[in-house]
Design a protein around this ligand. Structure first.
Ligand SMILES: C[S@@+](CC[C@H](N)C(=O)[O-])C[C@H]1O[C@@H](n2cnc3c(N)ncnc32)[C@H](O)[C@@H]1O
Length: 278
């Protein structure tokens, strides 16, 4: 009996020696120092993208200003919010918040935000950010496509979708789901440009009778701490005109291109504000 109690765990119960997807998370378990905000950040030391807003005491995380001067949440509010450029009372579903920087800004613009994140490490960082900044937004862990598939029409006032479309296995389906889930949407995305995008393989995507070519490229190593991509093994870019046409075909007939950047280091990108006229 004693031998059974103290024997090593069976091979079946032990963690697998090899992680085939190279995506297992490993963090230090015990923190034996006096508690500080920086200690919470340092659970993911060297793995943050975002810098934090001014906190007391200040913290050091990453260097991308998602919480502060990144203008996308303000641009969404200016185009799709009220006459004052505010989002007071708007129920927003944010897709892929990463570390909650845009969530923080949307909330400060008045929105009630629910944000769905499918990377468990990023989700936990959002919870750290929520605690340190006092956000009241809700963060959910899981695949936002599966969430949207199970929701009816107009469950939200706005969808905020920054940096996610090109990470989808079926990007046209996500556009259709966005158009059904809310009467308005803000989208920032990379797109495929034959003159500027290299190393992509073309394939056809079809959703509910709308067909477009998408261009696929494998991520390569997803195990490093600064991988901010999608849940599958590859990214898939649509052409800009097809993205605009798909929004119109799936019911957001008003599509405004707010900004285009051909020089982004990861390839051309643009920003859309879309809505239904009826
Ligand atoms: C490139 S980052 C964009 C982060 C942020 N929205 C921004 O614009 O800076 C993509 C984020 O979406 C998340 N994501 C991608 N596909 C997802 C899915 N199907 N469900 C939930 N989260 C997803 C990733 O884990 C990552 O945090």
């Amino acid at each position: 009996m004693l031998r059974r109690l103290f024997s090593k765990p069976s091979a079946q119960a032990a963690a697998p020696a090899v992680d085939p997807d190279l995506t297992t998370l490993s963090i230090r378990k015990f923190v034996d120092a006096a508690p500080t905000p920086q200690a919470a950040i340092d659970v993911f030391a060297g793995r943050w993208a975002s810098s934090f807003p001014d906190l007391d005491p200040p913290v050091q995380a990453g260097d991308v200003p998602h919480f502060t001067i990144d203008h996308r949440p303000r641009q969404a509010a200016a185009k799709l919010g009220d006459a004052q450029g505010r989002l007071d009372g708007y129920r927003i579903l944010e897709l892929g918040p990463l570390e909650g920087g845009h969530t923080y800004q949307l909330e400060r613009l008045g929105a009630e935000v629910t944000a769905i994140e499918g990377n468990a490490e990023a989700y936990l960082k959002c919870l750290v950010a929520k605690e340190l900044t006092g956000m009241r937004s809700r963060f959910l862990l899981g695949n936002f496509t599966k969430h949207l598939q199970s929701q009816g029409a107009d469950a939200w006032d706005m969808i905020f979708a920054s940096g996610v479309l090109y990470h989808m296995v079926r990007p046209l389906e996500l556009i259709a789901l966005i158009c059904r889930a809310a009467p308005r949407a803000y989208l920032w995305t990379h797109y495929y440009d034959p003159e500027r995008s290299e190393g992509f393989a073309g394939a056809m995507d079809d959703h509910n009778g709308f067909t477009a070519e998408h261009f696929q490229k494998h991520y390569g190593d997803r195990s490093h701490g600064r991988f901010w991509g999608g849940l599958a093994e590859a990214q898939r870019y649509l052409k800009a005109d097809d993205i605009v046409a798909a929004f119109r075909a799936f019911g957001h007939d008003r599509v405004e291109v707010l900004e285009t950047n051909l020089e982004h280091p990861h390839g051309p990108c643009f920003t859309l504000a879309t809505s239904r006229s009826t």
